[in-house]
Design a binder for this molecule. Structure first.
Ligand code: ASP
Ligand code: MG
Length: 417
């Protein structure tokens, strides 16, 4: 017997028929003797509709009421799934965030989970093995008693937090893809599904737009060491291979100690939503980097890659990247500070892409970066900026070369199927 959390996203609960399909997945695990807590999203498109209604009513609206409204999508699906399970003869009960409770801070619209109280659902596991169907995405701020939501895509985070809270053996994320791939299969048809990915690697891939999981959920899984398994909800719930105790198709996100043989490089991620800003002829003296980046921080603009040249005759150039959405604001903030910083010109580009090579194996291997630079240069691809961490090498290049670069790197590091 194991204790499982099963999480189903919006497309998996998009209508009553699919909710029945989800119930069959749950039934399979119950028949295998497991204890199950399910976390559900709203039906696909529902949250967008609710958000749009808030905006239509008032462009600037009370964040507490926004949460009261958008949390309702999950309330519906949790109730429906409980009914569908009961119809199959499986004891089941729905739970809203405030009922358990799942307590959060008071950052309405992007609240953080502080604690999940799983006592009652565990008691019911032990008493008749009742399935708990928990509304994802929502919680309660206990001091104010108000409903909160966790930010878009937050049901993944709910699921991992519930898994940590009830000490589940695994958190299964059922979604519309059957796992995490070495890169986006739409760009590289030879991309492979990974059997296992380390938390740290997944964090890099998630934050770089491998849109399988909300980044926060991966952070939480890493902190609490929740083994998280990404698998498809569209396989036949009664397929014989899902009944054996072997490995259904999917990707396990786990501690690196569980990964026996890791490749040097695990995946290639890319982010198109970055823009490059360069300021030229900056006086090279103490306080200049602060002079440039403090105004950006004050404008709440996230800076990613930063490159500063060695100065020549007392002047230098600084290049960095910001989210494309903040490009104009970043340039404006710098223009305001031009006199105090004392640079000559600002240049920028939005038609750029950041490509990242990710792998924990890099820590113990030399020459990983050199290989990428050589491969890119052989294809005539110019690198605008580079940044590295222990397990990641990122390069900024022209967006026009995205596919060529991703394919090239994917094959250079032996990732092609
Ligand atoms: N329903 C919420 C959203 O669409 C939460 C989720 O699906 O994870 O963002
Ligand atoms: Mg999602």
């Amino acid at each position: 017997m194991a204790r499982l959390v099963m999480k189903f996203g919006g497309t998996s609960v998009a209508n009553v028929e699919r909710i029945r399909n989800v119930a069959r997945h749950v039934k399979r695990e119950i028949e295998a003797g497991h204890q199950v807590a399910v976390v559900v999203s709203a039906m696909s498109g529902k949250t967008n509709e609710l958000v749009a209604w808030c905006r239509e009513t008032a462009v600037l609206h009370d964040a507490r009421e926004y949460d009261a409204i958008v949390a309702s999508g999950e309330q519906v699906t949790s109730g429906l799934l409980a009914i569908a399970l009961q119809e199959m003869g499986i004891p089941a009960r729905s739970w809203q965030g405030w009922q358990l409770p799942i307590s959060t801070d008071d950052a309405h619209g992007s609240a953080r989970i502080l604690d999940v109280n799983g006592e009652e659902i565990v008691r019911r596991f032990e008493n008749g093995n009742e399935v708990a169907v928990i509304a994802g995405f929502q919680g309660i701020n206990l001091p104010s008693g108000r409903i909160t939501t966790l930010g878009r895509g937050g049901s993944d985070t709910s699921a991992v937090a519930v898994a940590a809270g009830i000490k589940a053996d695994r958190c299964d994320i059922y979604t519309d893809v059957d796992g995490v791939y070495t890169t986006d299969p739409r760009i590289v048809p030879k991309a492979r599904r990974l059997d296992k990915v380390a938390f740290e690697e997944m964090l890099e891939m998630a934050s770089l737009g491998a849109k399988v999981l909300q980044v926060r959920s991966v952070e939480l899984a890493m902190v609490h060491k929740v083994r998280t398994f990404v698998r498809s909800s569209f396989t036949d719930p009664d397929a014989p291979e899902l009944r054996v105790n072997g490995d259904p198709p999917g990707t396990l996100i786990c501690d690196e100690e569980e990964i026996v043989e890791s490749e040097v490089v695990t995946g290639i991620a890319f982010a198109r939503d970055e823009a490059q800003v360069s300021i030229r002829h900056v006086p090279d003296k103490p306080g200049i980097a602060a002079g440039v980046f403090v105004p950006l921080a004050e404008a709440n603009i996230n800076v990613d890659m930063i490159v500063q040249n060695i100065s020549a005759e007392g002047f230098t150039d600084i290049t960095f990247t910001v989210p494309t959405a903040d490009f104009e604001r970043a340039k404006a903030a710098l223009a305001d500070a031009q006199d105090s910083i004392g640079f000559k010109t600002i240049e920028g580009a939005t038609d750029v892409v950041k490509i990242s090579i990710i792998g924990i194996g890099m820590r113990s291997h030399a020459g990983v970066a050199a290989k990428a630079f050589k491969a890119l240069s052989e294809r005539g691809i110019n690198i605008r900026a580079i940044s590295t961490s222990e397990i990641k090498i990122s390069v900024l290049i022209d967006a026009a070369y995205t596919e060529l670069a991703v394919r090239t790197l994917h094959s250079v590091y032996g990732l092609d199927a």
